[in-house]
Design a protein around this ligand. Structure first.
Ligand SMILES: *[C@@H]1O[C@H](CO)[C@@H](O)[C@H](O)[C@H]1NC(C)=O
Length: 127
């Protein structure tokens, strides 16, 4: 029968679990400006599993600095600041291509919150 001292030595030296590197290469302690503007202010954002970031801004402050694709317009008579809005108030940032694409939100995202479901779906609630 193995002595407790031998078992302790064996466990410590031969059954060491692989170390998990917690820090990613992006955590090197520096900050880089990737884009001079994304067209909106980042009110809140959500990192997706696919290395994209969905960034939200509110809709009740008038136009943003990024347009929706051609002929797409958010018509909302309840939004007194701007009833016919051709600008985006949300964008999706793609880390790999370092680019943004405008996303359309139908209602104001001010005071909303979000969660990534286990299968990767972004659920955005409130506002
Ligand atoms: C939008 O553009 C104006 C004029 O250049 C600038 O003052 C403002 O900071 C910009 N806003 C955003 C969210 O990029």
């Amino acid at each position: 029968m193995a002595s407790p001292l031998f078992l302790s030595f064996f466990l410590r030296h031969f059954l060491v679990l692989p170390r998990r590197n917690i820090l990613t290469s992006a955590a090197g302690g520096k900050c880089d400006l990737l884009l001079s503007s994304i067209g909106i202010s980042a009110m809140h954002m959500q990192l997706l599993y696919i290395d994209h970031i969905v960034i939200f801004y509110r809709t009740d402050f008038g136009i943003s600095n990024i347009s929706l694709p051609a002929r797409i317009c958010r018509n909302n008579l309840k939004v007194t600041a701007l009833t016919n809005d051709f600008t985006a108030h949300s964008v999706e940032y793609d880390v790999a291509s370092n680019s943004v694409r405008p996303l359309m939100v139908l209602t104001n995202t001010w005071c909303s919150s979000g969660i990534i479901m286990p299968q990767g779906t972004l659920a955005q609630t409130g506002g």
